[in-house]
Design a protein around this ligand. Sequence first.
Ligand SMILES: [Zn+2]
Length: 135
Amino acid sequence: MKMLCPYCKQEIDETNEICPFCTTNLVKSDYKKFLLPLGIGISMLWTVFNFLILIVLRHFLKFLTLRDKDGILVFSLVEFITFCIQPVIFAFIPYIMGIINKYKIKACIIGMITCVIFAIIFVSYFIYLEHLAGV
Ligand SMILES: [Zn+2]
C-alpha cells in the first residue's frame, strides 16, 4: 500500500517507518498524537489510584502513625503521603510526559526510578523512627 508522507508529500510505502525522501521518523509522529491522551489518562488513573490507596491506608492507621511514649501523635504517614509525597509525584507526571515528548526515554526512566528510590528511603526512615519510638 502506498501513502503520502505527511511532511514532504512524496509517495512512500505504508510500512516505511522513516520517509526515504525527507528522513522524517513517521512512527514518532504517531507517538505524539498519542501522548496527550496518554498523559491525561495516567493523571486520571493516578488520582483514582490515590483515593483508593488512601481509603485502604486509613484502615491501617495504627501502623501508619508514630506516637511518643505518652501516646501523643508525632507523625502520620498517611498525612505525610497525602500532603507531601503525592503532590510531588503528581507534579512529576507532566514533567515525565515532557521528557517522553522529547524522546529522552533514558531521562524519563531515571526520573521515575528517582521517585521510587525517594519513596523507599522515606518508608524505610519511617520504619526506623517507629523502632526508635518503641512502637
Ligand atoms: Zn517525507
